[in-house]
Design a protein around this ligand. Structure first.
Ligand SMILES: [Zn+2]
Ligand SMILES: [Zn+2]
Length: 257
């Protein structure tokens, strides 16, 4: 295998793991309950999430629910209206850090938002050990680079598996700024096809904000949500269940997020 193809494949390997965790488990599973996770999977997510993605599942779910509750208002943790397209990158990090601090402190303004999530903030974040997963993946990247005899391949591993800040920035900025709308929602959410391709359906923010309880973010035949394909694959493997028909939470019109 050439170094070029090894770089691409190793990047995709890391990127897919990150995307699966964030869009399927953190977002559609934990935050919106649009898919049902087996209790054992939720426990595994609580333990393994920060190790694999560097992101705390409870803090992420809290931040994202606040985003849905206050989309594009001054209380939105990462709206381009207030931070600007490029400012969202740093803005989302600052909001995440603040939410993590408030959850650890037990501030009811934040803990109430995620009161249904029974596990605590991860021990890595409680003990201020959050850099450990980053150092671990850096070590793995060095080993991968050494094994393939190429710094590029090692860097591709690290950038792929730690890609969430970039994926989050693309979604939180562009998919609330540019694109088309299928639904007349009260926020600025847009369907941005390019972002939807790169970030596994997450670019369909207008669809998603209007139907947060739906596992599939695509609503038109021309829209492709690859994150939903990951959900279907996980369902086939018996990891999750996608509510359908009468079981579907779509009837809960008072669903806040
Ligand atoms: Zn949004
Ligand atoms: Zn959402």
């Amino acid at each position: 295998m050439t170094t070029f193809w090894a770089t691409i494949l190793v990047f995709l390997f890391g990127y897919m793991i990150n995307a699966f965790y964030i869009t399927v488990l953190y977002h559609r599973g934990l935050t919106h309950r649009a898919i049902e996770m087996k209790p054992a999977l939720e426990k595994w997510l609580a333990f393994s999430g920060p190790w694999l993605t560097g992101i705390d599942p409870k803090a992420w779910a809290c931040m994202h629910r606040l985003h849905h509750l206050h989309s594009d208002t001054e209380h939105d943790p990462h709206s381009p209206v207030h931070y600007g397209i490029f400012g969202v990158m740093l803005g989302q990090l600052r909001s995440y850090e603040k939410i993590l601090r408030r959850l650890k402190r037990g501030d009811p303004q934040y803990t109430d938002v995620v009161s249904d999530i029974k596990f605590d903030v991860h021990v890595l974040n409680r003990k201020k050990l959050w850099p450990v997963p980053y150092i671990l993946h850096l070590g793995i990247a060095v080993a991968v680079g050494y094994a393939f005899g190429s710094t590029w391949v090692g860097a591709a591993y690290f950038l792929g598996i730690m890609s969430h800040p970039i994926q989050g920035w693309l979604v939180n900025s562009f998919a609330h700024h540019s694109g088309y709308r299928n639904f007349d929602s009260a926020d600025n959410s847009k369907n941005n096809t390019l972002v939807a391709i790169f970030v596994f359906g997450e670019g369909f923010q207008n669809n998603h904000h209007s139907r947060p309880f739906a596992a599939n973010f695509a609503v038109k035949p021309t829209e492709v949500d690859m994150g939903y394909w990951l959900c279907l694959g996980a369902e086939k493997l018996g990891m999750i269940k996608i509510p359908r028909g009468a079981e579907s939470p779509q009837s809960e019109m008072n669903h806040a997020y």
